[in-house]
Design a binder for this molecule. Structure first.
Ligand SMILES: Nc1ncnc2c1ncn2[C@@H]1O[C@H](COP(=O)(O)OP(=O)(O)OP(=O)(O)O)[C@@H](O)[C@H]1O
Length: 228
């Protein structure tokens, strides 16, 4: 079974002197089909970890094995192309599949805005386009950085249902970064909490699946102990 394995001796953000060491002797394995939520305080290194897994951090010198393809990514900023409409921003990752792109735009509730340009969107709407784009590739590895940030409660719930459906029908390896555990824990198979500087894993908690993926439960069912 596929597992993504992240291993690094040290990872420092360049700066004065040796820079700031964000990770030292850090290792994390996430098996295929697992939804792993990464939580922890602001600045601990959650987004940095996601960019390392995505392969977009040029300073990274460690090892990421088993990076499954395709990768769907949603960063903290939506990173939409301003000269393309909502629909074309999504279609960009699935060229020539306009109908599918339309379906993803509708799935994030933006069917009435498909032909608008990013500068006409609110922050939350732009983030939903980024989510649609991440899901449209039918990712084997899905990386989401604060997927529900700047969404009202109703919209966040709707996006949560969409993600649950994706996880149940085509389970990827998913890493979801959050500092708001309450918002995403109902999607998680596992919660990893980072703390400190350099960051260490202070909690690694598996969540019982009960009768299978459809029965993913919330924080009340947290079990102490390792996840694997
Ligand atoms: N481009 C950068 N230049 C300098 N320092 C950076 C840069 N990106 C991140 N850092 C530093 O790296 C550390 C980890 O940042 P990171 O964004 O990964 O934290 P985070 O846990 O995702 O925080 P948040 O929840 O606030 O997004 C922080 O101390 C931050 O100051």
């Amino acid at each position: 079974m596929l597992t993504i394995r992240i291993k690094m001796k040290t990872f420092a953000i360049p700066g004065q002197g040796q820079g700031r060491t964000v990770f030292r002797d850090f290792a994390l394995d996430v098996p295929h089909g697992q939804v792993c939520v990464i939580a922890g305080p602001s600045g601990v290194g959650k987004s940095t970890l996601l960019s390392i897994v995505a392969g977009t951090d040029r300073e990274f010198r460690g090892v990421v094995d088993g990076r499954a393809l395709p990768v769907g990514m949603m960063f903290q900023t939506p990173r939409l192309l301003p000269w393309l409409t909502v629909l074309r921003n999504v279609e960009l990752v699935i060229p020539g599949r306009e109908q599918e792109a339309s379906r993803w735009v509708a799935a994030v509730g933006l069917e009435d805005h498909a032909n608008e340009y990013p500068q006409r969107l609110s922050g939350g709407m732009a983030r939903r386009v980024a989510l649609a784009r991440a899901l449209a590739v039918e990712p084997a590895l899905l990386l989401l950085d604060e997927p529900f940030a700047s969404l009202d409660e109703g919209t966040a719930n709707r996006m949560g249902l969409l993600l649950r459906e994706v996880f149940n029908t085509r389970p990827p390896i998913a890493l979801i970064v959050t500092h708001n555990l309450a918002q995403v824990s109902s999607l998680a198979d596992r919660i990893v909490v980072l703390e400190g500087s350099p960051a260490v894993i202070v909690r690694d908690v598996g969540i019982a699946r009960g009768g299978g993926p459809a029965s993913r439960r919330g924080p009340a069912s947290l079990q102490a102990g390792g996840a694997e």
